[in-house]
Design a protein around this ligand. Structure first.
Ligand code: FE2
Length: 465
């Protein structure tokens, strides 16, 4: 179904929105009248417990032609999907501290829709106990045909890298272009059409919490992602007979299907603060150092999914957008780093300043908890060759991102065994040579080498010439 070029949206983050596709369809003065306008059914969708504090309480009221409960029983989906994980353990995924990097996965030529093309790369925790995350990727080329998808496990933050997404949700329709992101909260039913054909992207799914805008602290009242740049759909519905329409529900990482004979996109009006939304990354207002040193990447946080511990994220969504580098007598690319958090990176377009090659649009890397990472040899040597005289430099035409989590991810076997795995990734740091120049150090080293050499000779049966 064709999406209009001028889709309407409402703007704001965490607003209490209202929208009606037919004037007067929203009940006035109450949520659940005996009879709703136009004979609609009232249905609430709760994204938090009823008793969550008001500032963290998410729910919306949907007024629909038929309620979502009208369907046949859920049954395990046939064929079995097999590459979605929501509870990470030794039976379905591996722990590895190795730096991992993947080349871009090619989009298959055989007909593949968003769900069939979705696979989990890594994750931690469990959707059952409502704490954890999964990172998925997708390659697909065709619309979801006569079915809608829904994750009971968590919120989907989708980062398209190739191909637009036409997403129909119960709250209305969103067009999402590479360079934009979209969040579909837990429980919402949605269908994905791919108007550009071959498509590819990334998904972060979070269990048990929702994304927030980060606090700005001393930055002040403005900066980073602005509330008004988040766009929410307006009510849109179809009231048509759809024989054998299928709801595919992801529940504990498994897929279940239920048949119904009508479209789930039959919500004529809705109001609430639990909604799908999208955001264009080029609208991000980046902050960074203007004199010396390198800001920590948290300065580029677009959205954060918090844990109960202050400042510790279940999952941060961080971007590396076009920006000026101006720091004086400073190593400007990202510093060498070991992190108690784990970092999954992707690249939407362009290059990434810390990697002269090998990290490509559509590819990915994973540097887990306390695994060293940083600029590759070429990037390091090129940077120090510029010396202190490097002038202001604009990084242009790039959009890399990071999913960063306090949990230690386990990696799925199909990701570790993928033909797109870059087994030579470690080589990019092997060439980093010692630039150590201290005379005293050299004397100490020579002395140590002499003593070690003597010990080796004494401990060996082999006579050295
Ligand atoms: Fe890092």
């Amino acid at each position: 179904m064709e999406f209009p070029a001028d889709l309407e949206y409402q703007s704001g983050f965490d607003n209490h929105f209202s929208s009606e596709a037919i004037a007067g369809a929203l009940p006035r003065g109450q949520n659940n009248p005996l009879l709703c306008p136009y004979g609609l059914y009232a249905e609430q969708i709760s994204g938090t417990s009823f008793t969550s504090p008001r500032k963290l309480n998410y729910r919306s009221w949907l007024y629909r032609v038929k309620p979502s409960v009208t369907h046949e029983p859920f049954r395990p989906r046939v064929p079995f999907h097999g590459k979605l994980v929501s509870e990470f353990n030794q039976s379905n995924s591996s722990a590895t501290p190795t730096q991992l990097r993947w080349k871009p996965v090619e989009v298959p030529e055989s007909p593949t829709d968003f769900i069939d093309g979705l696979y989990t790369v890594c994750g931690a925790g469990s959707s059952y106990i409502r704490h954890g995350f999964a990172i998925h990727m997708y390659t697909a080329n065709k619309a979801m045909d006569n079915y809608a998808f829904c994750s009971a496990d968590g919120d989907f933050l989708i980062v398209p890298q190739q191909g637009r997404l036409w997403i129909t949700t119960e709250c209305g329709r969103l067009q999402v272009t590479p360079g934009e992101i979209v969040v579909i909260p837990q429980g919402f039913r949605f269908s994905v059409d791919l108007p550009d054909g071959p498509s590819r992207g990334y998904v972060a799914e979070i269990f048990g919490t929702h994304f927030q805008l980060p606090d700005l602290g001393p930055i002040g009242a403005n900066g980073l992602a602005a509330s008004r740049d988040f766009l929410v759909p307006v009510a849109w519905f179809e009231d048509i007979h759809r024989p054998s329409y299928t709801i595919v529900q992801k529940f504990g990482g498994e897929l279940f299907t239920a048949k119904q004979n009508f479209s789930p996109f039959n919500v004529v009006a809705w109001h609430g603060n639990y909604v799908p939304y999208k955001y264009e990354l080029s609208k991000f207002c980046p902050y960074n150092t203007v004199l010396i040193d390198h800001g920590d990447p948290s300065i580029n946080t677009v959205l954060t999914a918090p844990t109960d511990r202050p400042g510790v994220a279940l999952l941060d969504f961080v971007i590396f957008p076009p920006r000026w580098l101006v720091a004086e007598h400073t190593f400007r690319p990202p510093y060498y780093h070991r992190n108690c958090m784990s970092e999954f990176m992707g690249l939407i377009y362009g290059g990434y300043e810390a990697k002269a090659g090998g990290f490509l649009p559509g590819g990915a890397s994973l540097h887990s908890c306390m695994t060293p990472h940083g600029p590759d040899t070429k990037s390091y040597e090129a940077t120090i060759a510029l010396g202190n005289e490097a002038g202001p430099q604009r990084i242009s035409n790039t959009m890399a991102f990071m999913f960063e989590s306090c949990l230690m991810p386990r990696v799925c076997p199909w990701a570790l065994e993928s033909p797109y795995m870059d087994h030579d990734y470690y080589q990019c740091w092997i060439g980093l040579k010692s630039h150590f120049t201290c005379e005293v150090g050299n004397e100490r080293n020579q002395d140590l080498e002499n003593r070690n050499g003597k010990r080796e000779i004494e401990g060996s049966d082999v006579k050295l010439e």
